[in-house]
Design a protein. Structure first.
Length: 224
């Protein structure tokens, strides 16, 4: 099947690998629906990169998820840097995007690193005209991340934030807690350290709503 790779911001080799991976999954689950394969692929690609905001480096590396993602069950991935937490998040998002396209479900799964999260919220407030929309018409990221189907926050840790930004992060987590929406957080910190470095209320919510998944592998980014 021919695809127009010119609209894809990936290399030719990446393109071939991604197509093969998608077609294998598609043929396995929907062998009778080959006519819609091209349409489904571009929906998958759009969800994966432009909606989920998954970093491009994980586009091909993310393969097999070792964590189970359930709509109303949240997870806290805890372990040292390089132990594979972000990779597992990427695998989970990729699986969710593929499942969403193949099942024709309108599932929104977002990836955001913790430092980028508070920068987005801060920048929106600096530019906004009112509480809901900024001057350029973009939706408030706090609302987007509060109510999407799945939210993955990577690298939760100490950051130089104002008390106001900490309050916005708490509001985000508390909204997902009250609405019983899925949240996966990766962090190097224990709950006690989250309480010490960030906020007691954030630590309490994460402890109650998230099942702990510990990563004890060595730093896989290091070769020695």
């Amino acid at each position: 099947m021919s695809y127009n790779k010119n609209i894809l911001s990936i290399t030719e080799n990446e393109y071939d690998i991604l197509i093969e991976e998608f077609e294998n999954a598609f043929d396995l689950d929907y062998p009778e629906a080959s006519q819609g394969k091209k349409h489904h692929f571009f929906n998958f690609y759009q969800n994966l990169l432009y909606i989920s905001n998954l970093p491009k480096r994980f586009l091909l590396k993310a393969k097999h998820s070792e964590i189970e993602i359930v709509p109303k069950a949240s997870l806290r991935l805890q372990g040292k840097a390089g132990s594979g937490k972000t990779h597992q998040i990427a695998c989970a998002i990729k699986n969710l995007c593929l499942h969403s396209v193949l099942q024709k479900e309108n599932v929104k799964a977002y990836f955001v690193s913790f430092p980028e999260l508070f920068i987005e919220i801060r920048d929106h407030v600096l530019n906004q005209n009112n509480i809901h929309k900024s001057s350029n018409g973009k939706l408030n990221p706090l609302d987007i991340y509060s109510y999407c189907d799945y939210l993955f926050i990577d690298d939760l840790g100490p950051s130089k934030m104002s008390e106001w930004v900490y309050e916005q992060i708490y509001i985000l987590i508390d909204r997902r807690y009250r609405e019983n929406k899925h949240l996966t957080v990766s962090t190097n910190l224990s709950i006690s350290e989250v309480e010490n470095y960030l906020d007691t209320r954030i630590a309490s919510r994460l402890y109650e709503m998230c099942e702990l998944v510990e990563f004890n592998k060595r730093d896989m980014r290091r070769k020695e």
